[in-house]
Design a protein around this ligand. Structure first.
Ligand code: HEC
Length: 154
């Protein structure tokens, strides 16, 4: 008798779960949404100014905007320059040289999101310098590029 009572209670569970479902889904959706919205904030662990300081310290001299402009707009033995994809000047939306995809402006004055995530900055410096200079850019080249980009649109 007792056991059957127990199983009846048990069997009635799925109905109540189904009734609860929309509320649960709404909660899950809210959690997912707030996570998505919070992501850029979590990722923002640096700034263009901090990156300029980082590479200036690493190279032992302040970044040079004029040198950065030349570096950014020149080819270095291959067919692409940084400007091929990022534009010249880098205040406008860029265009990927092979895929044609739009690239957000690289000047922090125009695009406040750029240079706000250290891992992302390192990843793209590594990848793009390999494509353009056939090696990792040196700390002084990175400091110069940052000084140039920070000088734009002000
Ligand atoms: C073949 C196209 C291409 C070339 C050439 C190129 N880039 Fe990029 N770069 C990209 C793309 C695509 C992204 C990612 C954009 C995004 O996240 O929306 C990017 C992102 C970056 C970022 C990350 C910025 C941030 O914080 O989001 C840096 C730094 C960067 N590039 C530097 C350079 C430098 C320096 C050169 C020249 C040595 C260069 N790029 C050449 C395509 C290119």
């Amino acid at each position: 008798m007792h056991l059957r009572d127990f199983s009846l209670v048990h069997l009635s569970r799925p109905t109540s779960v189904r009734k609860l479902a929309p509320g649960v889904w709404a909660l899950a959706l809210t959690a997912a949404l707030s996570l998505t919205l919070a992501l850029p904030v979590v990722a923002a662990d640096t700034s263009a100014a901090a990156q300029l300081a980082r590479w200036s310290v690493a190279s032992g001299k302040p970044g040079d905007a004029a040198q950065g402009e030349v570096f950014f707009n020149s080819t270095h033995g291959d067919k692409w320059s940084c400007a091929t994809c990022h534009g010249k000047p880098a205040t406008a939306t860029g265009k990927h040289a092979s895929t044609g995809k739009a690239i957000k402006p690289m000047a922090p004055a125009v695009n406040p999101e750029v240079f706000t995530d250290t891992a992302n900055v390192d990843k793209w410096f590594r990848r793009n310098c390999k494509d353009v200079v056939s090696r990792e850019c040196s700390p002084s080249e990175k400091a110069d590029v940052l000084a140039y980009l920070l000088s734009l649109g002000r």
